[in-house]
Design a protein around this ligand. Sequence first.
Ligand code: HEM
Length: 363
Amino acid sequence: MGFNFSFAVGDCILHRSTYFQRIGLPHPPVTSLFLGNLGDFERDQKQHEKIIEWTKKYGSTFGFLDGGAPTIVTSDPEIINEVFVKQYYTFQARKFHPSFALNQKNNPAVNVFFAQGNQWKRLRALFAGSLATGKIKAADPIIKRAAQELIEVFKSHENGIVDVVPQILNFTFAVISRSALGIDEEFGKSTYLNRVLEILSLGETTKKPVSAFFAGTYEFLPATQYLWILSQILGNRNFKFRDEMWYKINATINIRSKESSKEKSERHQDFLDFLYEAEDTCFDNTTNKADLDLKVPKKLTREELIQSARGFLIAGADTTATLLNYCLYELARHPECEEAIIQEIEDFINSELGNDFKSLKRA
Ligand code: HEM
């Protein structure tokens, strides 16, 4: 039995290594039977450069083996239109790093990033409503306060030399913790910064045997998903199914759910409020697809609400910090552009389109 099983696994691994050959799609040569092209792809963490290099070599649509996961990369606008617009209903899930043996189906603790199909559609609709421009504006005072704190930090460096990158991260973490998690921590003292950066920096899979094992056994997820949970528990001494952030967000929701309308009106509304109140109008209890014909809650469940708030922090803080840092870097290299940029922003605010941003006018 064990003998037959290892033959079956071996066959499967051999079979997948010729996948792109069989479907006639250009691809880089498979360098490892177990991990496909993953070693090459992640080398020195320069994945985007590798994609550009492969695109030049193999054309606008090519395949590569991301561990055991056959992956198609395309920059062909027609295919992109087909996937994101025309066949949108077929592609309702996100591809994860192959070392994540995470069951995306029927998981009560997923957010919009991990969900797929029916659940993603519902979560996405709830999210979209909470991120309308008018609602984002509610975070204005939170952003302004954090910006003021950032300026104070800059001013406190008397010699004028500041390591800008970590301070911008402190800024975005303060804004998102306060506006999405309902957690108001002192500027620069976010408990979650290191944890989030750790989640985002996966490193090179080939250098981590446990991750390599899951990446190479991608097709066996129905079995490996349980081993993966076990590896998370054993690999992290501080692992808890519900960590401190979970309990903090939950406590904030409990307090808010007991507030009177007067108490509520006396504090700023934030994304946690909008997500809590969000009710899905576009997703009725049934759809025209048989497999989606389910009874589903029209509001976020408590678990979904907490996971969504966490998702904001993981999705929004580092991304926004990178963008801001890049803008500041370019601005430092081209100080002559500063006035032109300020003028462009003012022109936009003064235009009809800028109605929602009038409060941001230069003092
Ligand atoms: C400059 C800043 C940002 C950049 C460059 C950025 C980039 C992206 C990209 C590329 C995706 C798609 C990822 C994928 O398909 O796997 C994405 C998805 C997402 N982002 Fe952002 N993002 C930024 C800011 C934010 C912020 C501030 C938030 C929330 C507070 C946010 C929330 C999300 C969510 C919830 C999704 C998933 C949407 C879905 O599955 O339907 N992002 N972002």
